[in-house]
Design a binder for this molecule. Sequence first.
Ligand code: NDP
Length: 506
Amino acid sequence: MSQVMEYQMFINGQWTSGHAGEKMEVINPCTQEVVATVPRATKQDVDDALGYARETFESGVWSNKPIEERSAVLMNAAMLAVANKDKLAYLESITSGATIRRTSTVDAAEVGATLLLSAMIAKELPLVEHSFFSPPWVAPMHTFWRREPIGVCAGITPWNFPLILAIFKIAPALVMGNSLVMKPASITPVTTLELGKLLYDAGVPAGVFNVITGPGSAVGNYMAGHPEVDKIAFTGSTAVGKSIAHLAADSIKRTTLELGGKSPILVLDDADMEVATNMCLLAFLFHSGQVCESGTRLLVPRHLQDELVERMIEKIKKMIIGDQMDIATDLGPIASNEQLNTIMDYVRIGKEEGAQLAYGGSRLTQGIYEKGFFFEPTIFINCNNRMTHAREEIFGPVQCVIPYDDEEEAIAIANDSLYGLGGGICSKNVARAQRIAGRLRTGTVWINTWHVLRPDAPFGGYKQSGYGRECCYHSLLAYSEVKHICQDLTPDGNDKLMNVLIGSNK
Ligand code: NDP
């Protein structure tokens, strides 16, 4: 076994083991070996981190810097992310179970690209705008409004894409001049800690960006209600998102929530079956299905169900399930034993409710799978949209195939969900696909592809999948306040409104 990496929290530009000095273990889900330890933060550590964030915000050391200077620092950070991509990819994979093939090509690159794009977009954002209108009932005025940072922000992230989901919050928060405290998921905290050092080395002043590690139910919950937090950005389950929204409401914190999903794939009767097969596999097997916007309700014309499922199974049989650190692996382990149990529960419920198992359905336990949390790709056919596994988020490699008879029925089933994160259409007819895209009540619609999250396009959910958008200029707006400044230009300050108030004769 290789040496266990001992991490500390990153607070005020320094590594710290926290007030209690307690540790949490981080394991490799393929072997259950402990690969790292991180401090278990206490509320006092949260107070410290938020205190430094507040202090730096008020001092103006970052918040008052011209946006061009903050952008330049983010660009440095983008370069450092690229320079450190192998290390980031290794740490991300070994702790989250993501295949090294993916993290080394997608995740590290997306960190760099998100930093770079946020910096570039920020420089183009109209930070100050003037009115073109002069209302006749007021005196001549100079009126303009400008964007300002919100203040102290807190970010809480889940375990499935620790790097990408952290940078979606870090890049816009910092470029807009806020201070930020991040709390990553307890099972995958190390790459967010690495980002702390990386941003500091890039030129983000001490105290502006901090990372604490600890249980969400204790320190995350505390952060969400903390009076020092002006904005909270959360990615995770809808259940925890609701509790954060309640806590944040007490002090009217600005809030962005990226929550769960149960995204529908509409395969149309004119789809190219090879394209449909690849799209449907990508939709539910990427990161072994542990993706919020996974396509997990596959709506297919009844007469095409058998052919599509047979094609999918043929390709699944050729996929390599195994050690995520092996470049040949297509599907790695499930991130935790807890999540594996959740998946097994939903598969059991699916069978009990009468869904027909076409493939998979079991944990893999023999040979190379003996110590890890491995689960077979699983396909249920002849499902209906009222079944539990069709309504609730499983967060695993489980597909639920629902046959339909006509287009209107398919659209109605697609929209019949509490969630509204992703959706997709497979069709050779571009106009038809775009028309249907307009009718799906989801934040993203993919046509003939899936899982494309781009830093240059907004991402977020409708309905109980959350509110607010990450990425693109939308996230920059979400990390800023707008202040209107209105100045009377008349020499004697004799505003017409004042005359209305007291009457011109007095
Ligand atoms: P959780 O909601 O359980 O946890 C997410 C984060 O919140 C973790 O950092 C966790 O800390 C923390 N947390 C847990 N309880 C609380 C609490 N009471 N108050 C404050 N923070 C808390 O989700 P998972 O980590 O299990 O991730 C899976 C879920 O996330 C899925 O439902 C998925 O759909 C959703 N998700 C949504 C995405 C989106 O963009 N819409 C993207 C990725 C995931 P700790 O780890 O210590 O428990």
